[in-house]
Design a protein around this ligand. Structure first.
Ligand code: ATR
Length: 279
């Protein structure tokens, strides 16, 4: 019988996960389908019960349900519990178990250009949901420091306080981060600045960056934000958000099927939809 996989979100029409995952199911000759479901907050519990009742194989969860879904699941793994957000649910013998593959997906994508986080000086820009997943995941990798710059400094300090993994961290303003940007080996942009309609904006000034440091933006549409363009012009190695997106999907696929998929195929497929070349 055909296995059902899904993604729940609001809105959901823009999601590229169905194209990416359905292609993998057909490439690996699996009798499975991956469907997007537009689910409003008030219907989330019923949607989860319904998916469980029909024996869903697993599903992804996207904005705005990543935290709200937790009480409706049968269990959750430690990293997802610490992050407080689930993006992947696996049906394990009738029990719906929540995981977070966003942070690990970012780390796996990054490893192609920066194989080791241990001992590195890292700055995360932003303190929202995506920053949280990345911060908690990187904190476990023993960076020398893991600072957060945010518009609202209290949100950055709150995130640092809640992290159970021991790491040297400081919360700072965008102005402070602009002044000290040359200290960092790795800088990760996680705010919405750079996406439409803020396409010509960037959160901090990059005047003082160091040659060959690594600059990532988790945005992948556009493929090259203003932040990445300027970082590259100033000699940084850059990575856009496509790798994080592809690897979070690859890790979800692995959890559902036991097989790690062909990520190059996934990347090419998403790029084709976006109509561009990656960096
Ligand atoms: P996500 O879940 O995608 O990470 P989010 O949780 O809404 O999104 O987080 C948004 C992040 O972008 C936060 O760091 C937010 O800063 P605040 O904590 O000060 O709200 C940041 N952000 C959003 N709009 C911004 C803007 N116009 N200028 C600066 N930072 C902004």
């Amino acid at each position: 019988m055909k296995k059902l996989f899904a993604v729940l979100g609001d809105p959901i029409g823009h999601s590229m996960s169905p194209i990416m995952l359905n292609d993998l199911f057909s490439f690996y000759n699996m009798d499975a389908v991956y469907l997007p479901f537009h689910v409003k907050d008030e219907d989330l519990h019923d949607a989860v019960k319904g998916l469980k009742a029909v024996g869903v194989g697993g599903f992804n969860v996207t904005v705005p349900h990543k935290s709200k879904i937790i009480p409706f699941l049968d269990g959750i793994d430690d990293l997802a519990a610490n992050i407080g957000a689930v993006n992947t649910v696996v049906n394990e013998n009738g029990q719906l178990i929540g995981y977070n593959t966003d942070g690990p997906g970012f780390l796996k994508g990054l490893s192609a250009i920066l194989p080791q986080i241990e001992g590195q000086k890292v700055l995360i820009i932003g303190a929202g949901g995506a920053a949280r997943a990345i911060y908690f995941t990187l904190a476990k990798e023993k960076p020398l420091k893991l600072d957060i710059a945010n518009r609202t400094i209290e949100n950055a300090s709150g995130l640092i306080k809640e992290c159970p993994y021991s790491v040297s961290s400081r919360a700072c303003s965008f102005e402070e981060a602009s002044a000290t940007i040359g200290e960092y080996d790795l800088v990760i942009q996680t705010t919405l600045i750079g996406m439409s309609p803020k396409i010509n904006e960037q959160p901090i000034s990059l005047n003082n960056i160091r040659n060959h440091s690594v600059f990532c933006d988790i945005i992948y549409n556009p493929l090259e934000t203003q932040f990445l363009k300027e970082a590259q012009q100033k000699g940084a190695v850059i990575q856009n958000g496509l790798d994080m997106f592809v690897y979070q999907g690859a890790l979800a696929f692995e959890k559902w099927t036991g097989n790690f998929p062909d990520v190059e195929r996934m990347r090419d497929n998403v790029l084709k939809q976006l109509g561009g070349r990656s960096c």
